[in-house]
Write a protein that binds this ligand. Structure first.
Ligand SMILES: [Cu+2]
Length: 495
């Protein structure tokens, strides 16, 4: 799947896999919405009086369709390399499933008999682990101990009956592959719908990548991360969660990476109703507005969206609210180069030639971010010397690329204030790219909003009926097409 345009294919790949396998006709395929005993998607908008669960939505990630083989729900996952645009202009090489990292979301009902055919289209062996599933050990996917790894080009068929309910996930059980993106959500809807019922059910997978400037492949050895994603996108490219004022909302948070993420919601208190082990008894629900989602954990939060507005939902680790975070960029932006041979342009990932690990740039840029980087210096922020870096003569392209360049708002004596600058050149109006991430879910956000969104950030938009309907109308018009991120005046580099 090449290029940004490949994103559409990526998203649709979940629907296309059966076709390419030439096993099933379209009529035999079912989307999760047709799941027996589950409410259809279309009805979800109007009916509130039935007993079944609403389907979960995973913004920016497709659902995995299935077909019925007798009483068995059969899914098909393909482990494969994926090109994914995590923000406009930053297409990276991840590993995922069916064209997406994280892989498509699987939704089943408690008690289902499930078969998952896993094909390995990676250049090396893999194995699929069903995280937290109480299934026979030979179905556990632990390479070497419960099964042979799935060889490149190979297949393993997993089959089990699921008696559990809750927010689960699947992932490669090869550690380095996990850090390349190989995880997906696996929602088990309860036989008896949770009370109180929710009107909205969302899934967000938390991931992190260390990707050196001008390199598209995550450094899975690294222990410091500069790209933090919700469902495979960083802010402002994440897609807001759209809810009606007054609805009860569930958000299922899943974390697979090297860090624990305190996820914070503005404007509402919520209760934690579930973990990676399923539903928690109501007696354990205490109010909060930040939930720590540890590595390999899931947390379900629920709240009544009773406070209208566009509310931020984000990881509260400060460095996880940034994009392309690398420690020397700040100082470099205020100097004409560095002794180590780096200027701001290269520090920000705009190398003109070669890659960060090439001979020319090699040791000066460092082969890792942080750990192992020889370009690191002991340095705190220091006064501006080179003026506004955004007016740097070597960066004429930024405006052309569609960013709404402007001047950061700084005081006249800014340079005399110890510590300046902190955020002046990191976020703000000059970083806005509203047009580049335009999509129905962003309709009506305050102009310039995107300049302040980065990393693990999105919105919960609690909307009055009229605005909600407007966005629903726009989404319908757009169909199931995923947003196409636009970089005006910029060619695809990755083809
Ligand atoms: Cu975080």
């Amino acid at each position: 799947m090449g290029s940004r345009r490949g994103f559409l294919q990526n998203v649709l790949a979940g629907a296309g896999i059966f076709a390419s396998a030439k096993v099933l006709s379209a009529q035999e395929m079912q989307m999760p919405g047709d799941m027996p005993g589950m409410k259809m998607k279309a009805k979800k908008e109007t009916a509130h009086d039935h007993d079944s669960s609403v389907l979960a939505e995973t913004p920016d990630v497709p659902d995995l369709p299935f077909r019925m083989d007798g009483n068995v729900k059969e899914f098909h996952l393909i482990a494969e390399p994926v090109k994914q645009e995590i923000v406009p202009g930053r297409t990276v090489d991840l590993w995922g499933y069916n064209g997406s990292a994280p892989g498509p979301t699987i939704q089943v009902n408690q008690g289902d008999r499930v078969r998952v055919i896993v094909d390995n289209h990676l250049p090396e062996a893999t194995s699929m682990h069903w995280h937290g599933f109480e299934v026979p050990v030979e179905m556990d996917g632990a390479p070497g101990s419960s099964q042979d790894p799935i060889a490149p080009g190979g297949r393993f068929v997993y089959e089990f009956t699921l008696h559990q309910e809750g927010t689960y996930f699947y992932h490669s059980h090869m550690a380095m592959q996990e850090m390349m993106g190989m995880i997906g959500a696996f929602v088990m809807h309860p036989r008896n719908t949770y009370k109180p019922r929710v009107d909205r059910d969302f899934v967000i997978i938390l991931q992190e990548y260390a990707i050196l400037p001008n390199i598209t492949v995550p450094n899975s050895m690294n222990m410091e991360f500069n790209w933090l994603t919700f469902n495979g996108r960083s802010g402002p490219a994440t897609t807001p969660l759209i809810v009606r004022h007054g609805e009860r909302v569930r958000i299922r948070l899943i974390n697979l990476g090297m860090d624990h993420h305190p996820i914070h919601l503005h404007g509402h208190q919520f209760v934690v109703t579930g973990t990676e082990g399923g539903r928690q008894p109501e007696s354990t629900w205490g109010p909060g507005n930040t939930v720590l989602v540890g590595v390999a954990q899931s947390r379900d939060i629920e709240f009544v969206a009773n406070n209208p507005g566009d509310w931020m939902l984000h990881c509260h680790l400060p460095h996880h609210m940034m994009n392309q975070m690398s420690s020397m960029v700040g100082p470099m932006s205020r100097r004409n180069g560095m002794p180590a041979g780096l200027d701001m342009e290269r520090g920000m990932g705009m190398l003109r030639q070669g890659s960060a690990t090439s001979e020319e740039n090699g040791p000066s840029l460092g082969r890792g971010l942080g750990v192992g980087s020889t370009a690191e210096q002991t340095m705190s922020n220091s006064p501006l010397k080179a003026g506004n870096p955004m007016q740097h003569p070597d960066m004429p392209g930024m405006q052309r690329q569609g960013m709404q360049m402007g001047k950061p708002d700084v005081s006249k004596d800014a340079n005399s204030v110890p510590g300046f600058p902190q955020d002046a050149f990191m976020e703000g109006p000059m970083m806005a790219m509203d047009q580049m991430v335009d999509k129905p879910e962003n309709f009506g956000l305050r102009p310039g909003w995107s300049g302040f969104m980065a990393g693990m950030m999105t919105f919960v938009r609690v909307l009055p009926e009229a605005k909600y309907d407007q966005i629903t109308e726009l989404r319908k018009k757009q169909g199931n097409k995923p947003m196409k991120m636009e970089m005006p005046g910029m060619e695809d580099k990755d083809e």
